[in-house]
Each structure stands twice: as structure tokens, then as C-alpha cells.
Design a protein around this ligand. Structure first.
Ligand SMILES: NC(=O)c1ccc[n+]([C@@H]2O[C@H](COP(=O)([O-])OP(=O)(O)OC[C@H]3O[C@@H](n4cnc5c(N)ncnc54)[C@H](OP(=O)(O)O)[C@@H]3O)[C@@H](O)[C@H]2O)c1
Length: 263
């Protein structure tokens, strides 16, 4: 009897490999990343756990690469999509090669949306399925001047995936299909030249993947693996968003603008 299929991007290292290893006992897998040799090595390892494993090499920073994975998802049998592929590309915006802007935003923000769009019809027809996107705690760091990482593009892309998933969750209500965004802090992987291996507080990739899967069981649409009192933080976030929305949506500008005469 065939098992449920999970498609994991970023499955050639780090958190994506950890998801694949945890899921192989229960899912057949489609592994996506650029380094085909690594995907084939992991597939051989996981087949020993009786998983059927497909290898789908693709560069998700390109439209062709995304289209290849979209084509696989349109088969309609994937019930768990994990968009984990991502890069940091940390640099001040003025130093970023303009061509890299498109690649970074495509990989980190556009690909998860295109893949979710391709996976959802099959999940909605089946009345079950899960879309997981790995973002970052830096999605919540836009206002934090003290973080010493030049991260404009990365933060923007990851914040987009957080907003995407939180909003999608409402759209999917009552369908049997779920969405979760995962926001780790520093993780000890190859990410950004393996800098996490030198950070004492870095979490392991296995713990991140494990927390995400446990969070799904707990019904979490936002999973912050290291956060103890998650519901208090998310409630505070929701309250701040509500204040901005309800306070700012008015027909007249706020008093400070009416009083101020631009020079
Ligand atoms: N490590 C951290 O501190 C940290 C913290 C918060 C969030 N995250 C997020 O966690 C996710 C996984 O990162 P990780 O820590 O596991 O890093 P990692 O070990 O460097 O893994 C990144 C994965 O993304 C894949 N990837 C990169 N560029 C790609 C492309 N153009 N097309 C397809 N796949 C591509 C890589 O495979 P190939 O190179 O073979 O293509 C690799 O499998 C990322 O989205 C990252 O933003 C990481």
C-alpha cells in the first residue's frame, strides 16, 4: 500500500535533511535542492527505512526550477509540503549585486508561495494536507536596531512568508488543510557558511524539525521552536496589529499631521 507523500525543499542539508529523516518512517518523500549528489545519498539512506524516495534537483531561485517542482506538485498526491530551502545573503542593500536581489527574493519568498499554490488543489480535494514554510525569527526583527546582521532582503522575504502563512491559515479554515510557518533562531547548519556552529545558543536542525512536527500536532500555525511562552508573545503581536489596523483605518489623517505644516 502506498504511503502519504511529503515534498521537502532544501533537503540536501541542515533542517531539510532533519525533516526528511524524521518523516521517512511515515511518508514517501520527494527531495528537492540543487545538489543532486547529496539528495541521492540521502535517498539511499532513507530507502533503508522503507520510504519510497524521489529525487528532484531544482534551483528554486529560478522560474524554471520552481516550474519543475510545481509540475511534480500538480500530480496532486503530496499531502505535506515543506518549503525549507533558503539562503541568508546577508549584506547591506547597497552592496548587493542587483541580480542577486531577484534570486534571493525568489528563493526565500516567491518559491514557497508558488509551491503552496501548486500543492493546495490536491490537498483541498482530499480534504487534508499541510503546508509548512521555514521562515526565521529575523522576520520579527525589522524594528530591532541592535541586531548586528545586515539583513534587509532576508528579513523582508521571511516576514513575507510569515504574513503569507498567517493569512493563508484563515483562508484554509474548515478545509482540513493546515499551514504552519516555522521561525527558528540561530541553527547549527551550513547556513551562511556554517556560522551557527560557532554560536553557543544555536539549536540543532533535528530539534527545529522535531519542534515543527510537534507544533503541527499541537495545532500551531506559527512555530517558534525556542520560545517558551509562545501564546503570550503571539497574543501581544495580535494586539499590536489590531491597534494599528483599527486605529489607522480612518478617513482623516492623525492630528500630528494636521497640525504640522511641511516646509
Ligand atoms: N541556520 C539558521 O541559523 C537559520 C535560522 C533561521 C531560519 N533558517 C532557515 O532555515 C531554512 C533551512 O536552512 P538551514 O539552516 O538548514 O541551511 P542549510 O544547511 O544551508 O540548508 C539550506 C538548504 O536550502 C537549499 N537551497 C539553497 N539555495 C537553493 C536554491 N537556489 N534552490 C534550491 N534549494 C536551495 C540548499 O540546497 P542546495 O545548496 O543543494 O541547493 C540546502 O538544502 C532556510 O530557509 C533558512 O532561511 C535558518
Amino acid at each position: 500500500m502506498s504511503r502519504t507523500v511529503a515534498l521537502i525543499t532544501g533537503a540536501s542539508s541542515g533542517i531539510g535533511v532533519a525533516y526528511a529523516r524524521l518523516l521517512a518512517a511515515h511518508f514517501d518523500l520527494v527531495l528537492v535542492a540543487r545538489r543532486a549528489d547529496r539528495l541521492h545519498d540521502l535517498a539511499a539512506e532513507l530507502r533503508e527505512a522503507d520510504a519510497a524516495v524521489e529525487v528532484l534537483p531544482a534551483d528554486l531561485a529560478t522560474r524554471d526550477g520552481i516550474d519543475a517542482v510545481v509540475g511534480r506538485l500538480e500530480d496532486g498526491d503530496v499531502r505535506l509540503l515543506i518549503s525549507c530551502a533558503g539562503v541568508g545573503g546577508y549584506a547591506p542593500l547597497a552592496d548587493v549585486d542587483p541580480a542577486e536581489i531577484d534570486r534571493l527574493l525568489t528563493l526565500n519568498a516567491v518559491a514557497p508561495v508558488r509551491l503552496a499554490r501548486a500543492a493546495l488543489p490536491g490537498m483541498l480535494t482530499a480534504g487534508e494536507g499541510t503546508v509548512v514554510t521555514v521562515a526565521s525569527l529575523l522576520a520579527f526583527g525589522a524594528g530591532q536596531e541592535s541586531i548586528p546582521i545586515p539583513r534587509t532582503l532576508y528579513a523582508a522575504a521571511k516576514a513575507a512568508t510569515v504574513a503569507f502563512t498567517r493569512t493563508l491559515t484563515h483562508e484554509l479554515s474548515g478545509t482540513g488543510v493546515r499551514a504552519q510557518v516555522v521561525c527558528p533562531g540561530v541553527v547549527a547548519t551550513e547556513f551562511h557558511d556554517g556560522f551557527g556552529h560557532n554560536v553557543p545558543s544555536a539549536m540543532s536542525a533535528q530539534d527545529v524539525a522535531q519542534a515543527s512536527l510537534a507544533g503541527l500536532d499541537l495545532g500551531e500555525s506559527v512555530c517558534v521552536p525556542g520560545l517558551e511562552d509562545q501564546s503570550a508573545a503571539l497574543d501581544a503581536l495580535l494586539a499590536a496589529e489590531s491597534a494599528l489596523l483599527s486605529g489607522g483605518n480612518r478617513a482623516t489623517p492623525a492630528t500630528r499631521y494636521l497640525k504640522h505644516q511641511p516646509a
